[in-house]
Design a protein around this ligand. Structure first.
Ligand code: DLZ
Length: 169
């Protein structure tokens, strides 16, 4: 989580694995698109800055964050990607809907990480208000899309290692 001491866009390029030759799927929600477009674009920029070819990035939109589970699941089942980044933004409203969506998406994406070999990165921003979301999508606290891209680069590297060691067949 972003804090006053941790900017989401800060990372050390010298210890970040290259994404050269890697294929990444990005699924993002259209709800709160002002935020999710900025997260998506941040992720793409950071991936390409670290060696992933633009043509190796597949981007797909879904209506809301709940549908991220479906989108990411289809990408995972296709076995076409080295990692998948799921991007959404849920802002607390007046009803408990917020909690149901957050819990559903968290559980759904977690399950994919257990069931499939492809790492699925959790790019869901859950905030109490729009300002907090803006602060985390390119504002004062950086861009969670950048953080997701860097996490994807690390996880693709770990995935490679597991495969090379024979732990993944
Ligand atoms: C319905 C709903 C609400 C109230 N809020 C959000 C939100 O803040 N962020 C988001 O990504 N999606 C929201 N949705 C839509 C749900 O994710 C989903 O698309 C619908 O419940 C239909 O399945």
């Amino acid at each position: 989580m972003a804090t006053e001491l941790h900017n989401l866009s800060d990372y050390d390029p010298s210890v970040t694995p290259s994404g050269k030759g890697k294929k990444v799927g990005i699924v993002y929600a259209e709800w709160n698109s002002e935020i999710t477009y900025a997260l998506r674009d941040g992720a793409i920029k950071t991936l390409t800055e670290n060696g992933v070819e633009q043509s190796d990035i597949t981007v797909m939109s879904v209506p809301g964050s709940f549908e991220l589970i479906y989108g990411a699941a289809q990408m995972a089942k296709s076995n076409s990607f080295d990692s998948i980044i799921a991007i959404g933004c849920v802002i607390r409203g007046d009803t408990p809907h917020f909690d149901y969506i957050c819990e559903g998406v968290t559980a759904g994406l977690s399950k994919l990480n257990v069931e499939y070999d492809t790492p699925v990165i959790f790019g869901l921003i859950t905030t109490n208000n729009l300002l907090q979301a803006q602060e985390r999508s390119g504002g004062r606290l950086g861009n969670k899309g950048d953080e997701c891209a860097v996490t994807a680069l690390h996880m693709m590297d770990r995935h490679n290692w597991l495969r090379n060691e024979g732990f993944i067949k």
